[in-house]
Structures are given as structure tokens and as C-alpha cells.
Design a protein. Structure first.
Length: 122
């Protein structure tokens, strides 16, 4: 039986600001809909990912900025950092932690992301 992670809800305080942020760093805006009063559902997907994130109104009671430990994997942490800096983020240099090279950033609400380049084992 396959079990596939499909969607992660990210709590934000301003949906439009968060959507602009994620699109600016390269996420694809898949859906933006209001199926009923008080509900706005925005789905965004990182390029090449089978899993998306959702932001919106009325979709979670979690506190904006409370998510930590989101992680994506890239071929090059340095190129990912360059991309994020070009998108306007101020982030620290790449860090080699032994089990991969990492770049860390947060969205406008403070939800924390790690970008990992996997180590090359021989």
C-alpha cells in the first residue's frame, strides 16, 4: 500500500502576502478558491514536488508562524541560496552539517524551512 504525503497546511496571518512570497520564491500557484463563506484555500507546489502546501482562511486553527521543520531537497544548496537571495530573502550562508548542506529561511509569518542538498556518498 502506498501512502503519499499530499498536502501540508501552513498557518499564515495574511493570505495574499504569503501567496506572493511563495510564488516569488518559485512555488507554483495551483489553486486559489473560496468554496464557502469564511473559507479561502490556496494550494502552492514547489517545482518538481509531489507534495504541496496550503495557506488560507478557515483551513487551520494553528497559530501563524508556528510551523518548524519543513524541509525540501535540492541538487545544490548554494544555487538554492542564490535563488532565494535573488528573490529578496536575507539568509545566512550555506551550512554543511555532515548529513547535507543546508540553507534556512522563514516565510513572512516565521514558518521555518530547511533546504537540503543531500551528501554525495561513494
Amino acid at each position: 500500500m502506498d501512502i503519499k504525503l499530499e498536502l501540508v497546511i501552513i498557518p499564515v496571518s495574511d493570505v495574499d502576502r504569503a501567496k506572493d512570497f511563495y510564488v516569488k520564491i518559485g512555488f507554483n500557484p495551483d489553486h486559489d478558491m473560496s468554496p464557502s463563506e469564511g473559507i479561502r484555500f490556496v494550494q502552492l507546489t514547489p517545482p518538481g514536488s509531489a507534495c504541496s502546501i496550503a495557506i488560507g482562511n478557515g483551513i487551520t486553527e494553528a497559530t501563524p508562524g508556528s510551523v518548524e521543520g519543513l524541509q525540501v531537497v535540492v541538487a545544490s544548496a548554494e544555487k538554492a541560496r542564490e535563488h532565494l537571495v535573488a528573490a529578496g530573502l536575507e539568509i545566512e550562508p550555506v551550512v554543511d552539517l555532515g548529513w547535507g548542506k543546508f540553507v534556512f529561511f522563514a516565510d513572512p509569518d516565521g514558518n521555518k524551512w530547511a533546504v537540503q542538498e543531500l551528501p554525495q556518498y561513494s
